[in-house]
Design a protein around this ligand. Structure first.
Ligand code: ZN
Length: 133
């Protein structure tokens, strides 16, 4: 894995959280994007070579809504950038890690993504992401 591409943080309302993180990080939100297939509305901030991704649920059935109901706002996932997402998915599946999709999905910010189930990763939701090219 190349680096931590971003940290995903679940929030109740981007409207409140975007200004808060702009102040905290001292940098403007450079992009907001809705990924309807995942039930999320996202907002991105650059922090050096990595990013922060805020996630708000777009509907009550969204995984983010469930997460916030259960655990409250907070760190939701760690995303690692990979060179070749399909090769990395194969490598991890062969080692027994549980992938949440069989093929890469379209994620926010021009990425192909795949999540690993937290039960196979010591409770941490892991996202693999590869820049679309
Ligand atoms: Zn993410």
């Amino acid at each position: 894995m190349l680096k931590i591409e971003h940290l995903g943080i679940a929030v109740k309302q981007l409207n409140n959280s975007i200004p808060l993180f702009e102040q905290l990080l001292n940098t403007p939100c450079y992009k907001t994007e809705v990924v309807e297939t995942e039930g999320v509305s996202t907002a991105f901030f650059r922090t050096g070579d990595s990013k922060i991704e805020l996630l708000e649920a777009t509907n009550p059935g969204s995984p983010i809504a469930k997460f916030v109901d259960k655990k409250g706002e907070g760190i939701h996932h760690i995303a690692f950038e990979v060179e070749n997402i399909e090769a990395e998915m194969k490598r991890l599946a062969a080692l027994g890690f549980e992938l949440l999709s069989e093929t890469p999905k379209n994620g926010a910010d021009n990425k192909l993504v795949c999540f690993l189930h937290p039960k196979s990763t010591n409770g941490v939701l892991i996202e693999l992401c590869q820049e679309k090219r």
